[in-house]
Design a protein around this ligand. Sequence first.
Ligand code: SF4
Length: 439
Amino acid sequence: MPGDGRSGAAKLPWAAVRLARVLAAIALRRAEQFFHTLERRPADPRRHVEALASAEGAHALYVHMPFCHQPLCRFCCFVRYPLDREMNKRYMKALAAEASWLASTAEAAKVPLVYIGGGTPSIDVYGLAELVDVLRSYFGRGLSVSTEASPLDIDDEAVSVLRSAGVSRLSIGVQALSNERLRRLGRLSNTVEDALRAVEAARGRFETLNIDIVWGIASDTPETVYNEARRALEIGASQVTFYPLMPAPGLRKLLRRRREGPWHPLEPRLYEAVLRAARDTGHRPATPWCMDRGSELIDEYVVDYDRFLAIGLSAIGRTEGYIYVNTFTPERYVKLVAERGHAAALAKSLTVEEDILYYASSMAFGLRWCPGQLAKRYGLWASGLNAVVAAALRALGEKRSNGCYTLEKPGSLYAAHAVQRSIYMAVNGLREWGMKTGA
Ligand code: SF4
């Protein structure tokens, strides 16, 4: 039953909190340094073609849809713009053109999964269904399709359109289950009633139905977070992803000025409350944030695919030894795609150290640590990292089985959460920079 947030067994030791804070600070510094370097590296179109042409093996595909209902959410650091229907039409055409360019350039890559994120991909469900059709024609009829949606757009008709288009996983941005929490978050484009109607329309009609909830706002207590998490977990979705706030530097400054953060003083206890609600309702963490009941697909494609292609503005792609970021504004995106088929604005070859750190962090985000896998891929480079992480995991109470550690204890889940939040905050810093400079 919803209650005081103290029942169950998900205790977070303070030593683990201290360790997580150190790891999170190191991760934030390294990731910010990396993205600051990337900001100074304009993409070389010839090198970009070479890098994508040599991409082999399985890659996910990320597609970014930037337009949202108004008002835009205050807590959000994604690259998003208020809906402009005329521009949206031009954008969708450019997206199809970039998909065509990508399919013919990265011919050797296999693309089993597309993740359509935003922004609000559902803002025009018919346009979205057409896009899925186009992607299938380029990347194969067997393409598994996952998309994000706003509660405002999801009703019976929208669900039928998305089902017929072959969407198998729908993620609804519920964000909060009381209008007061939505208000405090600055999510004003929909109400809780809209969200409940959307979940009702989608329930049982997709292989996986995810809802997103945000936690960590100034008014949160372990009790309110536990009760909110429990309600979300009992709503009838296959999984609930509990996102912490991940403010970019500009938003962090603003929150500090308002004495609202950037971190909640009880942040570890709030995370503990999420874990406790998950355990009390029979869910298991699939990532530090995604609480699941045995779904095929989880919220984060980056867990299953360490290499991913990307189209759409601000989209980030990563192939073997190479990372690229598309331009950040709709006008520039449409122009670049018309001129050269793709819209890469920034790109960088990855050093072995950068590559290994990314691979290792995505493994930890998927709640696994497999020293053999790391050693096989990176040889001696991996040995120092393996030794340090394995020692930390043992100290946090994890055991190795079949060659891998599975992160299950609250301490290691919290550490994985804190490190991933740092990495995403650094990505949000890049997005903030891109929006500001119009790169
Ligand atoms: S949270 Fe989602 S709906 Fe709100 S502005 Fe950001 S991308 Fe748009």
